[in-house]
Design a protein around this ligand. Structure first.
Ligand SMILES: Nc1ncnc2c1ncn2[C@@H]1O[C@H](COP(=O)(O)OP(=O)(O)OP(=O)(O)O)[C@@H](O)[C@H]1O
Ligand SMILES: [Mg+2]
Length: 450
């Protein structure tokens, strides 16, 4: 039996007996007992003091629950008792009617693959009751689509579902002035962080904030906020650390600093690094009517690291230029088309100059490289500490791959970076040619004057 079912049984029984639902602290206790956590751990996880849990609320809660279930229940026999009540609850899902504001969430009626990711996020949101989750991955990998799909699947388990995109960089005040009234059904119009926390504690809400990267700083190490948006970082830290019964789901091309710091803690804050999905990409290729052998389809997916946006853009080009023939396209060996270049341009522009240098060296080498190999290559020399910092930042931005102490890039990123280098080199050559022509011209004038 899953915790959600246990919670539904306990809630139902208490509701019937004393006409109220379980409070947040009671849910924290039930969750702890269900997962055999010590009071120490329950306290750590929920933010309530051990004394309050063990000596005050704990004994009262077990009495209420025992009374409601008609059996003496305690932390040890909870599983055994609740299992007996499995049958009367036909649908374990809470099925609470939700108030929903989907904002500009994308339509996911056509959605392929991502079964494992959906399972994992469901586990984190429903069973583990995570408070803050960041979906991180490179542009076009499918973060918003996955967030929309999961939110749609889980909407009935929440009293409120609220989706907003941060793409137009709304101030925190603007966001709160919509979110607080929505969660309080118009009772509360104070656009304040404390009020938001209050409503997230009072109700089970799912708040999805898409495109968090828009309010992060460019050209620096990844994960820090632009000066006008640092209060978002403080808010997310508060929502990750304080106890409440809601879930905040973020999508971002870069992992923000507070998520990186808090995710090592008690499990209430987590991040999922989204990579391309084979299953989804193959389905996408087929639905776009491309033709080719299985090997060609796989090759195409591999070139674009199973990035759905890249594949969608390239599928359009293959349709119009090669009559949908994947083989004919692959023979051309031009992986970076305009649309994909624009996407990567936007990500590349955000890098610090040191990060750009590292990207160049990784692309030039093409192979998995150790930190030592990279350090030996890069000119002018760069300290070990700065190199490590930049590599971590590039990983947060999902632009490089990291495995067993070695680093590389996805194939389409390698092609893109090499392409940038060639363009820059061509630019320099052009300047050199112009300079040569000017010098030649100046020489001719000087000769003429002499
Ligand atoms: N599982 C999927 N099934 C079908 N289409 C998908 C899937 N995932 C993504 N797509 C499509 O690929 C495109 C890019 O996806 P999405 O916008 O979710 O990427 P993203 O990671 O949020 O990108 P960005 O960083 O630019 O916000 C969209 O058109 C989306 O519909
Ligand atoms: Mg998105």
């Amino acid at each position: 039996m899953e915790f959600e079912q246990a919670l539904a049984i306990a809630n139902h029984a208490v509701n019937k007996k004393i006409a109220r639902s379980l409070t947040e602290v009671e849910i924290a206790l039930l969750f702890g007992a269900w997962n055999s956590l010590t009071y120490d751990r329950i306290s750590e996880r929920s933010g309530y003091s051990i004394n309050y849990l063990q000596r005050d609320i704990g004994p009262k809660f077990w009495l209420i629950l025992s009374d409601a279930l008609g059996h003496k229940v305690n932390k040890k026999n909870l599983h055994g008792i609740l299992r007996q009540y499995h049958a009367p609850i036909s649908n374990p899902q809470l099925q609470i009617p939700s108030s929903i504001d989907w904002g500009e969430a994308m339509d996911v009626s056509t959605f392929y693959g991502r079964v494992e990711e959906i399972e994992k996020l469901t586990q984190w949101i429903i069973q583990d009751r995570c408070r803050l989750i960041a979906l991180v991955g490179m542009g076009g990998i499918g973060k918003s689509a996955l967030a929309a799909k999961v939110s749609q699947l889980l909407q009935k388990q929440f009293e409120f579902v609220f989706w907003r995109s941060l793409r137009n960089a709304p101030t925190l005040d603007t966001l709160l002035s919509e979110l607080v009234p929505f969660l309080s059904k118009g009772q509360d119009t104070q656009a304040k962080t404390e009020r938001l926390l209050y409503w997230l504690r009072t109700h089970r809400c799912l708040v999805i904030l898409d495109n968090q990267d828009t309010i992060l700083k460019a050209g620096d190490c990844a994960g820090y906020y632009q000066s006008d948006f640092t209060n978002y970082g403080e808010l997310f830290q508060l929502l990750g650390e304080s106890s409440h019964q809601s879930c905040i789901l973020l999508t971002s091309r870069e992992k923000s600093a507070e998520v990186a710091i808090l995710e090592g803690g008690n499990g209430s804050v987590r991040s999922l690094c989204l990579k391309g999905s084979w299953e989804g990409s193959l389905a996408l290729i087929e639905s776009n009517g491309l033709v080719g052998t299985n090997a060609q389809k796989r090759q195409l997916c591999e070139f674009y690291s199973c990035n759905p946006l890249a594949l969608k853009m390239v599928a359009t080009s293959i349709q119009s230029l090669f009559d949908g023939e994947i083989g004919a396209f692959l023979q051309e060996e031009t992986l970076v088309f305009n649309g994909i270049r624009r996407l990567l341009d936007r990500q590349f522009e955000r890098l610090s100059s040191m990060e750009q240098t590292i990207m160049y060296w990784l692309a030039i080498n093409r192979e998995w490289m150790t930190i030592g190999e990279l350090q030996a290559d890069i000119v002018p020399a760069i300290s070990h500490a700065s190199l490590l910092e930049c590599l971590e930042s590039l990983t947060w931005r999902s632009l490089i791959e990291h495995r067993a102490g070695k680093y590389t890039q996805q194939p389409v990123v390698i092609e893109y970076v090499i392409d940038c280098l060639i363009r820059q080199f061509a630019g320099v050559m052009e300047i050199a040619d112009t300079q040569k022509a000017i010098l030649q011209g100046l020489g001719a004038i000087a000769n003429h004057n002499n």
